[in-house]
Design a protein around this ligand. Structure first.
Ligand SMILES: CC(C)(COP(=O)(O)OP(=O)(O)OC[C@H]1O[C@@H](n2cnc3c(N)ncnc32)[C@H](O)[C@@H]1OP(=O)(O)O)[C@@H](O)C(=O)NCCC(=O)NCCS
Length: 185
């Protein structure tokens, strides 16, 4: 059975399936300008078919022990996504990516969603290290690992191409032995 992370009565993470391509594409369509500032895949997501391909890959990853994405459901509606890029089983390392629709921002939703995923990575997937990489100027995104007690490891120079320029990426990590699940509440 697909895992469900119930963060609260109103906030639930559910593994995204290909049949949700329509609703996910509509969310991207409504939030293009907001997402494009920091995410490199927005322009190449042109139709629900592109989103369906993404979700087929993501759900296939879930079924086969590779990376996958949770849809973030707030009051029952899809408001964004948080996902694992992959699971390095030899070294027990995983990394997270995330985004929210603009109208769901500023409510603490992503902080709780990321905390739920970190807990899941340590307790259900046996990971030892979870990291996120945020563009150096993406201060809203950096607040999430910072406020959850991640350690800033350093800055990767010109590590991501965003349409017409490179950005530096700040790397934040937390180890299983350091994780205090209660920090999220
Ligand atoms: C990055 C992103 C997910 C951050 O979203 P966010 O809404 O700021 O993050 P959270 O859901 O954790 O909310 C945090 C904010 O909500 C506020 N908040 C926290 N708990 C709250 C609560 N219970 N009630 C109301 N507000 C709350 C916090 O004060 C914080 O605001 P502040 O940073 O201005 O102090 C969002 O900006 C986004 O999707 N950006 C575009 C894509 C992107 O950059 N992705 C990341 C790439 S690395």
């Amino acid at each position: 059975m697909d895992p469900i992370i119930s963060i609260s009565h109103d906030l639930v993470l559910k593994v995204l399936r290909p049949c949700e391509a329509g609703v996910l594409f509509s969310l991207v369509q409504k939030n293009r300008a907001h997402l494009r500032e920091w995410l490199p895949w927005v322009d190449s997501t042109r139709s629900p078919v592109d989103t369906r391909k993404f979700l087929e890959m993501s759900y296939g990853g879930f079924l086969h022990g590779a990376g996958f994405n949770f849809g973030i459901r707030h009051h029952g509606g899809l408001v964004g996504l948080v996902g694992f890029h992959g699971f390095d089983m030899a070294n027990r390392i995983t990394s997270l990516g995330y985004w929210l629709s603009e109208d769901a921002c500023g409510k603490g939703i992503m902080r709780e969603a990321v905390a739920g995923c970190v807990q899941y990575a340590f307790s259900d997937r046996g990971m030892n290290r979870v990291y996120v990489r945020c563009a150096t100027n993406n201060f809203r995104s950096k607040r999430i690992p910072e406020s959850l007690g991640f350690t800033h490891e350093g800055t990767q120079r010109e590590a991501e191409w965003l349409y017409d320029h490179f950005v530096d990426l700040d790397v934040y990590s937390v180890l299983a032995a350091e994780w205090d699940g209660s920090i999220a509440t």
